[in-house]
Structures are given as C-alpha cells and as structure tokens.
Ligand binder design. Structure first.
Ligand code: ATP
Length: 247
C-alpha cells in the first residue's frame, strides 16, 4: 500500500529525515514511535505532500504508484488521509460544509457526526474555539467523511480525556475495519494506517501489526509494536542506537 524508500527530506535547507525506509502493507496498522522532535510529524506531512517538506532523495510509492512529486489534493484523491497533530482553525468554514465537500456529498454529515458525538459542532467554524479533544474528534469526523484507504494519524489520543479516548479509539477501529474480509482463518482489514503515538493508548483499541522507531530523523528499528512500547516505557529511547544493531 505504502512504500517509503531511502527518503531524505529538508525544510529550508535543514535535513529533517535521513534515508527513511518504511512500509505499510494493505490492511496493516503500523505504528511510529520516537522522542519529541525526532521527525515523526515531518514524515507524516511529507507522505501527505505538504509543500514545505522537500524530498531531496528517495521516493514514496502509494498503491504501487510513485507519488513523490504529487500535490496534497492528488494524494488525497488517490486515498491518503491525515489527522494532524495541530490542525489549523478555519474561520468562516462550517464543519457541516467541510464534511460535505470532503465526502463529495456522498456521506450525510449528521449521521457521521452522531457517531462521534459531534452533532452540536456541525454549525460551528472548523476548529475555532474547539478544545483539544474536540479538535481530534473533528479531525476524525473529516477523515470518516473522506474515507481514505490509508490513514495517517498523528497522536490521535493527545488532549483527549480518559472517557473520550474510548470513543476515539473505537471510532478509529471501526474506520480501519471498514471493508474487512475474512477469506480463511485470518481477517484482512479494509483500511491501512500509520499511527504516531507516545502513550500507546490508541493501541488498546486498534491491533497494531508493526512498529518503527524514529530517532534524529532516521528509522532505528522495526518490530513488534507492543514489545517496543513496553521497552520504550521502561527504558525510554536511550537504546535507539543499540536497537539498530539488533536489526
Ligand atoms: N515546517 C517546518 N519548518 C521548520 N522546522 C520544522 C518544520 N517541521 C518540522 N520542523 C522541525 O523538525 C524537527 C522534527 O519535528 P517533528 O514535528 O516532525 O517532530 P516529532 O517527532 O513529530 O515530535 P513530537 O513528538 O514532539 O510531536 C523539529 O526540530 C521541528 O522543529
């Protein structure tokens, strides 16, 4: 579904990501861990095609197509969707209207919003005055409307209270399982995802397949995401470099 090959990225001449290799197979949910400032959001934003992130080496393949030089809207049309860590306020744009545009009129904003307890926000300007948790639910609502094939979720649980985290987690699970097929003993989820999480709370609801640790703009290791989370919780990121040697 998504293949990132030897990706090096700069912003204003400063290298943020070096030789990043990462893959998300169809139906997989992969997790990106890493300390503050490692470059996780930069990687997500580069995958989505934000123009300030200049790819100076390597490429991004999505569904087998090289999308490295495509603009954001073309990537969205091909099935990439992002939940940003800090999305902008959109004064003058009602959430209801944004949902209609994003879903190209195919999904009813009222029904989608009800599931996320966001009905009363539909006639407010997008994100303006929303609390941290409301912004996350608003982002999820927009993603549900867009219905992408690959979800890029940047810290979906941050700022969400302990009660709402269940709602957010279960919504993500439901979105990723849309179109699930179970041909044999195992099931393949209909959607794929790359999730950034510091706390791992979202992994209480979503089954993660593979984890990656990014430190200083470089992928240091990959493996079982829950084991990685345990290691990070007990030892921090000090062993990032050692981890590379264990690959
Ligand atoms: N558009 C930009 N312009 C300048 N610097 C940037 C830009 N985007 C990211 N950076 C810098 O790149 C580094 C990595 O930032 P990024 O937001 O990707 O980190 P992160 O791993 O997501 O961190 P956190 O866990 O704190 O969210 C930081 O030093 C940040 O200031």
């Amino acid at each position: 579904m998504l293949e990132i090959e030897d990706l090096t990225v700069e912003v204003d001449g400063k290298t943020l990501l070096h030789d990043v290799n990462l893959e998300v197979k169809k139906g997989y949910t992969n997790v990106l861990f890493g300390p503050n400032g490692a470059g996780k959001s930069a990687l997500m934003r580069t995958i989505m095609g934000f123009s300030e992130y200049k790819v100076v080496k390597g490429r991004i393949l999505f569904k087998g197509e090289d999308i490295t030089s495509l603009p954001v809207d073309e990537r969205a049309r091909r099935g990439l969707g992002i939940m940003m860590q800090r999305p902008p306020d959109m004064s003058g744009i009602k959430l209801r209207d944004l949902i209609k545009v994003v879903s190209e009129g195919e999904r009813d904003p009222g029904t989608l919003a009800k599931n996320l307890n966001m009905d009363r926000f539909l006639d407010r300007d997008v994100n303006v005055g929303f609390s941290g948790g409301e912004i996350k639910r608003s982002e999820l609502l927009q993603l549900a409307a867009q219905n992408p094939d690959l979800y890029l979720l940047d810290e979906p649980e941050s700022g969400v209270d302990l009660v709402s985290i269940e709602q957010v987690g279960l919504t993500i699970k439901e979105l990723l399982e849309e179109g699930i097929s179970c041909p044999g003993e195992s099931c393949i989820r209909g959607k794929s995802a790359l999730i950034i999480t510091h706390t791992g709370q979202v992994l209480d609801y979503v089954t993660a397949d593979r984890g990656y640790i990014l430190c200083n703009g470089t992928i240091m290791c990959s493996g079982n995401p829950l084991k990685m989370l345990e290691e990070i919780k007990s030892k921090g990121y000090e062993e990032c470099l050692e981890c590379k040697m264990m690959m």
